[in-house]
Every structure is written in C-alpha cells, then in structure tokens.
Design a protein around this ligand. Sequence first.
Ligand SMILES: Nc1ncnc2c1ncn2[C@@H]1O[C@H](COP(=O)(O)OP(=O)(O)OP(=O)(O)O)[C@@H](O)[C@H]1O
Ligand SMILES: [Mg+2]
Length: 222
Amino acid sequence: MHQLGFAWPSGATALDHCSFTVPGPGLWMIVGGNGSGKSTLLRLIAGLLTPSRGRLRLELKPALVFQNPDHQLLLPSCGTDLLLALPPRTMTRHGRDQQLRAALEQVGLAGLEQRPIHALSGGQKQRLAIAGALASEAGLLLLDEPTALLDPDSQDDVLELIAGLCHRPDAPLTALWITHRLDELERCDAAALMERGHLGPWQDGPTLRRRLNPLPVGHAEG
Ligand SMILES: Nc1ncnc2c1ncn2[C@@H]1O[C@H](COP(=O)(O)OP(=O)(O)OP(=O)(O)O)[C@@H](O)[C@H]1O
Ligand SMILES: [Mg+2]
C-alpha cells in the first residue's frame, strides 16, 4: 500500500498518505480511535471502495469478516451458506462437499452442515463467517472487530482460531485484525496505530498496549 488516500463524496478525508506493507503471514492488528479510518482501510483492501489516490498492491485474495456475523451469513443452514463462498469454478458435488467439510472442520464446527444458522451461538456464527473466508480460498483475512459482540469465552476462541490459522506450518494465513480490545494486542505478531487516516509503523503488540493504556500513577506492574 503506497500513499493511499481516500475521501468520501462529501470531501471528508478518511485516509491520508497511508503507506504500509504487511510483513507476511501472521496476525497483524490495527488499533485507533473511533473514526480514525480503520474500517475504511479494510474496505479499500477488500475492494469495496476505490482509493482516491495512491497504489494498492495485493498478492493474496482478501476476505472480509465483519463485527456482526448476522450481516454476512445469508442462507438458512451452515452448509448452504458456505456453498455461496466457494470460488466460482466448476467442481464436482463431491469436491464441493469436501471443501465445505474441511472449512467447517478448520473452525471447529465439524459436522454442522445441516445446522440452521439461527441455532448457532454468536461465537459459532463468527466461526462460520471465518469458514466462509476459508472456503473462498482467501489468503488474507480482513477482520473488523470480530470479537466486539461476543462473550469473553467466544472472544478467546475466535482469537485463538485466527492465531492458529496464521501460524499453522502448512500454508499459514495473513490476517489484518482491527480491535478496540487492547488485551488482544498480546496475541498479535505486531500492531499498528491508526490516527486521523494515517497508519503508524508496526510495533510490538504488548508495548503498544502499554503505551495506549499506561498504568495509573502510583501503580507498579507485576
Ligand atoms: N459511508 C460513509 N460516508 C461518509 N463518511 C463515512 C462513511 N463511513 C465512514 N465515514 C467517515 O470516514 C471516517 C473514517 O471512518 P471509519 O469507519 O473508517 O473509522 P473507524 O476507525 O473504523 O472507526 P470505529 O472505531 O468507530 O469503527 C469517519 O470520519 C467516518 O465518519
Ligand atoms: Mg470501524
């Protein structure tokens, strides 16, 4: 991404001279205040918006995972929803079934092909949305506050799932993860701070966490 800029039709600038490179496979987190441009950046990378200026070079197929899985799960059962995500090429029924099974297995939902979506928990729905990204054969997962609506246990599950996929020995994925939960920075490979449409350099997650949330005066750590 080089000198990326984006302005809304109103003229309001959302991204300004935003340059960065994702170092490689791994879990990369982005934090920043409300309205700083994080979601806009992911939408540009996903191709939902077109940059007003600058260059965007993508070597991996991107897939977006939203904060609210209800906004992206469309069909009534897990299996049919995943069918939509499969890449548009001719495949035998057997091949499709295998790909669906593999995607569900990777997110810990093995055997739930027939399960109606409304009978899934919030965490399971989010994992199904991630299975959709896997079934689409995306190499770059774009996650916009994927744990914001989940209970603490499901938050951990989703974070561990993504961290595992990004560090698996065989074909590790690349994930860009937006968060407001500073404790999640402990699990990333590096994190960057978005400020007024400008993304800062990658830095150590725990260090950035301490910078953003210093302990109150008079309290020593550990
Ligand atoms: N559809 C839109 N039309 C016009 N302006 C928008 C639109 N979506 C976002 N904006 C503006 O673009 C700027 C960046 O918004 P963005 O949603 O990228 O911020 P964010 O960092 O994701 O914030 P949050 O942490 O609240 O999700 C803000 O000023 C916002 O008001
Ligand atoms: Mg946002």
